[in-house]
Design a protein around this ligand. Structure first.
Ligand code: PLP
Ligand code: COI
Length: 337
């Protein structure tokens, strides 16, 4: 990949050499298969097309200074995909098979893992779909699991620069007892209208409130939310947000740094009390929040044009572990052999 401008890569799809697939038929998962095609064919009555039997994951591989390729907390992604499968009655992929497929996809495409220091990484997208036909609303009896990869830069084009977020009360992403806690395509379809409006109005993403009462903060489009208040890292507890692996890691790192961690309901008015705020996720890493505009109440909460000191410290610690520059004290990193 000699001619790639790694430093200016955005977050988007590009073809690589191979993807890895596995089929569930007759009640069992088959062997992993390698494909060089970016196409899949399926029955026109496949349940993923009609009834949303689809779940995906997102994780990254990082090339360290030592040249080794590392992946971050892959077991957590494997387990979350099982939870997603359970939530919409799809066949669950064993954790070991998930890991084997991801490692295989990385190794087969290792020339696409960006060099250390470029700020880019290899984004890994595992996807699980119901491929068996149904016209009645029922789960499929056949499933396809595919892992494909691509080099990416920052999700928000500003990278680690604070950007603006917006609250609109007229859209919900997920219902309290619905599918908000699992990573299924329907949640993202439900978020498109609000997300595109936010972009058109100059915001990075929507900051969703809880769907039931519109009193508490849920999450930030494709990322969780945190605020810093005094010596505390505060992050929403909600029955409609995705349990972010990045957020879980930041909570641990915050504790390691001597901060208090508060995972609880966060009233929207508390936005006025934070000195720093951030969106966190695999694609977003930490995207510092410059402001949140409450569009219904015409209130703007601001956090400054530069990342706050605690946000910066958490970010440095997280990426240093991911790139293998600091000891991996919590055993989060696997090296791709
Ligand atoms: N929330 C949503 C809705 C997401 O799509 C993501 C991305 O996966 C996250 C939060 C962050 O989760 P993670 O840190 O596991 O990538
Ligand atoms: C991720 O952070 O991996 C995501 O899946 C977010 C988004 C690209 C949907």
């Amino acid at each position: 990949m000699e001619n790639t401008d790694w430093k200016n890569l955005g977050f988007g799809y590009s073809d690589t050499n191979y993807n890895v697939r596995c089929y569930f038929r007759n009640g069992e998962w088959g062997e992993l298969e390698v494909s060089s095609s970016n196409q899949i064919t399926m029955h026109m009555a496949a349940t993923c097309l009609h009834y949303g039997q689809e779940a995906f994951e997102g994780l990254k591989a990082y090339r360290g200074k030592d040249g080794k390729i590392r992946v971050f907390r892959i077991d957590e992604n494997a387990k979350r995909m099982q939870a997603s499968a359970k939530g919409i009655l799809m066949a669950e992929l064993p954790v070991d098979k998930f890991k084997e497929a991801v490692f295989k996809a990385i190794k087969l495409n290792s020339e696409f893992v960006p060099p250390y220091g470029s700020g880019a990484s290899l984004y890994i997208r595992p996807v699980l779909i119901g491929t068996g036909p149904q016209v009645g609303v029922k789960p499929a009896n056949k499933y396809l699991f595919v892992v494909f990869v691509m080099p990416v830069g920052p999700y928000f084009k500003e990278g680690f620069k604070p950007t603006d977020y917006v609250i609109y009360r007229e859209y919900d992403r997920a219902a309290p007892l619905g599918t908000g806690t699992i990573k299924v395509g329907g949640n993202y379809a439900a978020s498109l209208r609000a997300g595109m409006r936010a972009h058109a109005e100059g915001y990075s993403a929507v900051l969703y409130l809880d769907a039931k009462e519109k009193k508490y903060i849920d999450e930030c489009g494709p990322a969780n939310f945190f605020g810093i208040k005094g010596n505390s890292y505060v992050t929403p507890k909600s029955e409609s947000i995705l349990p972010s692996i990045t957020n879980k890691s930041l909570r641990q790192l915050a504790l390691d740094m001597g901060l208090n961690v508060e995972e609880r309901k966060v009233p929207v008015e508390e936005l006025a009390e934070f000195t720093e705020a951030g969106a966190c996720g695999t694609a977003a890493v930490i995207s510092p929040v410059r402001s949140v505009y409450d569009a219904d109440k015409d209130i703007r909460y601001t956090y400054g044009d530069e990342p706050g000191a605690i946000t910066q410290k958490l970010y440095d610690k997280l990426i240093n572990i991911q790139y293998g520059c600091e000891p991996d004290e919590h055993n989060w990193v696997s090296i791709v052999e």
